[in-house]
Design a protein around this ligand. Sequence first.
Ligand SMILES: Cc1cc2nc3c(=O)[nH]c(=O)nc-3n(C[C@H](O)[C@H](O)[C@H](O)COP(=O)(O)O)c2cc1C
Length: 334
Amino acid sequence: MTVNPYRFCVAPMMDWTDRHCRFFHRLLTRRARIYTEMITTAAVLRGDRARLLAYDPGEHPLGLQLGGSDPRELAECARIAADFGYDEINLNVGCPSDRVQEGRFGACLMAEPALVGDCVAAMAAAVPIPVTVKCRIGIDAQDPEEALEALTRGVEQAGVAALIVHARKAWLEGLSPRENRDIPPLDYDRVYRLKAAHPGLTVVLNGGITDLDLAAAHLAHVDGVMMGRAAYQEPWRLLAVDSALFDAAAPFATPRAAAEALGPYIERELVRGTRLSAITRHVLGLFRGVPGARAFRRHLATDAVKPGADISTYRAALDLVLDMDLQPVRSAAA
Ligand SMILES: Cc1cc2nc3c(=O)[nH]c(=O)nc-3n(C[C@H](O)[C@H](O)[C@H](O)COP(=O)(O)O)c2cc1C
């Protein structure tokens, strides 16, 4: 039996899911789908492409999230991304920021389902890798029944491999991007109904999934779940994903063992000139309920930002944490 690759995904998050974060998350779960931050077509086509699209081979399977609305430019970016070795292209139809609205992409594309279909068709024709879309259930005064259905019909016909739905509207007038992640109410039933109406389409639910029990409950209604803030702020949750949702062994028996496995990556990156804190900022929430978790966080927050901070700073922080896990996970390393 082939496992649905979208069963558990870590959300694309600007300024958070950079390549260091993704490498770290991949240590915690081998099975989750992970995504880059959104990168605009303009940046890919006219920016420092080698830097923007760089990733570590250890991150696979990895999706590149694109922001744009010009089918030809998106197809060109998809080709470039496929050449870089990305496993999937995801189109952002959910970001509500002003910058994105000025560029006529992100969530405002919920109002242009035919254009989104054209974008997906152009990308799908250009590359052999899956093309997916991440959207909202609607924007502003749209009726989510109609808006989500129209978008879905368009992208399904265009050959989308999966539709990831953040189960709330985006209100483009009057709310900040941050407020747009909390204030418009979640409507999981709308996404369940979408899956029931499109049984052949892979539907992934996103929004407000704070633990793996909730994730498993949603999986009774949809094909996959995507976790954002809870995965980033409490990365220890990711260490249980492979055993809880894929019936596979966890990569490490304890968060501490995973943290130690990050050491060689940190050393490699420091040699390349990366600052220690650029990596360790993603690791601060790794320990929960473990003696020393707070001291670990505090040590890194104060010392990893100092000039000259190096691997010994990281090791000293780790030495403050007891190697134990209050909820052991079944592990390949055990
Ligand atoms: C800091 C931050 C940055 C985000 N950046 C993106 C982004 O680049 N692209 C995107 O599609 N969604 C972005 N999102 C939204 C998340 O992908 C996700 O849809 C949202 O946080 C809801 O999921 P959650 O409740 O599990 O966090 C971002 C969210 C956060 C917190």
